[in-house]
Design a binder for this molecule. Structure first.
Ligand code: PLP
Length: 393
């Protein structure tokens, strides 16, 4: 049996999305910026897809959705855009507040901007992996131009206080951006109820194609163009539009919004069943209270077992999980979120992330439980650290 439990890294494409995209690789291959019929024929599909994205986010089409190549590009666009448009013009306001557990697309871009005079405050998570809204508020100074905080964490699934922080930002006249990559398709993301200036998303995290993402930009909060060389997207991002992928992202986002309840019931039940079974194994820790997490995610630490060893053991039985963000997985480093949570340095090396999707089945979960328990027994029997800590403790 093969079981894919790495849906926070990427997801399989929804079969309906694949079918919808197909004609745009075949007969409908025109460039939407061309004036002839080939070009004209594809434009309605682009408008439909954008309409699906506006609806899914609960925003009017007088706001903007910038199509990008991925969430990494969207995050870079916001941070560098704010730098060019605001900080360069007024270096007095050069301070950005963020969290220490953002995706590298935020953290590394901020490091880059630091070299150009941008000051950054990183707010830490607590032992549950939670961000306290008060800590964000206390980090703000009269120099703060932007708060950027993810909606849900990719490792733990912990949901961050976006509503409270965005309302605070509004009150203080500070720009607010949220990286909602791990929230869309898992929990309700409704911008008619929560007022944000910028929001990042990525199709491959909600059963759309890879290599396409978006940045929601509220009306009046436009940022400078970072890609010059064409009039596409109203001159806001040059480059020929990837029509097939935009069409796929539109439907995938509509499907994601329509399946939030399925995530909250069906997927949550499967996740909880898996989590309950794994917590029966002695010396395991799951990070964060369940009701504060996205319904598909478990970050578990198994004392005495290196996350990497467990990963390879599961892999041999056809189960895909992860020890951390796929963007950092080649470096075999300790799990960064576990490190931020702090408490015990061993946790950072024994963490594993299991992330389900609406395509995960009950049979798969039962299989994972059996394989997981057997693997833990085997690996602990050969783990000298585990034997030692058990003897002394
Ligand atoms: N932001 C978060 C929270 C993520 O989890 C990821 C991917 O893991 C990204 C950004 C980057 O997404 P993309 O692969 O679309 O660049």
């Amino acid at each position: 049996m093969r079981v894919y439990l790495d849906n926070n890294a990427t997801t399989k494409i929804d079969p309906l999305v694949k079918v919808k995209m197909q004609p745009f690789f075949e007969e409908l291959y025109g460039n939407p910026n061309s004036l002839h019929k080939y070009g004209m024929d594809v434009r309605p599909a682009l408008n439909t897809a954008l309409g699906e994205m506006y609806d899914a986010l609960g925003v009017p089409d007088t706001d903007d959705i910038l199509i990008t190549s991925c969430a990494t590009e969207s995050n870079n666009t916001v941070l560098k855009g704010v730098f060019f448009k605001y900080i360069l013009q007024n270096p007095e306001k050069n301070h950005i507040v963020t969290t220490s557990v953002e995706h590298p697309a935020i953290l590394e871009t901020l490091l880059f901007l630091n070299d150009y005079g941008v000051d950054v405050t990183y707010v830490d998570v607590d032992e549950d992996g939670a961000i306290n809204a008060e800590d964000i508020k206390n980090a703000v100074t009269d120099k703060t131009i932007l708060i950027t905080m993810m909606w849900a964490n990719n490792e733990t699934g912990m949901i961050f206080p976006v509503e409270e922080v965005s309302a605070f930002a509004k009150e203080k006249n500070i720009l607010f951006h949220t990286d909602a990559v791990q929230a869309i398709g898992k929990i309700k993301v409704d911008l008619s109820a929560i007022d944000v200036d910028y929001l990042t998303f990525s199709a491959h995290k909600f059963h759309g194609p890879k290599g396409i993402g978006g940045l929601y930009v509220k009306k009046g909060k436009q940022l400078p163009n970072l890609l010059h060389g064409g009039e596409q997207m109203g001159g806001k991002r040059a480059g020929t539009l990837n029509v097939a992928y935009i069409v796929g992202m539109g439907l995938a986002m509509k499907q994601a919004a329509n399946h939030v309840e399925v995530m909250n019931t069906y997927v949550r039940t499967l996740r909880d069943r898996l989590e309950d079974a794994l917590k029966e194994i002695p010396d395991t820790i799951v990070v964060g209270p369940r009701d504060k997490r996205t319904p598909n995610t478990i970050l578990i630490s198994l004392r005495g077992i290196e996350g990497e060893s467990m990963l390879w053991d599961l892999n041999k039985s056809g189960i895909a999980a992860s020890t951390g963000s796929a963007c950092a997985s080649e470096s075999l480093e300790a799990n960064p979120v576990m490190s931020a949570i702090g408490e015990d340095p061993e946790l950072a090396h024994t963490a594993m992330r299991l992330s389900l999707s609406r395509f995960t089945t009950a049979e798969e979960i039962d299989y994972v439980i059996d394989v997981f328990k057997a693997a833990v027994l085997r690996l602990r029997s050969i783990s000298s650290t585990y034997a030692y800590t058990n003897e002394v403790g």
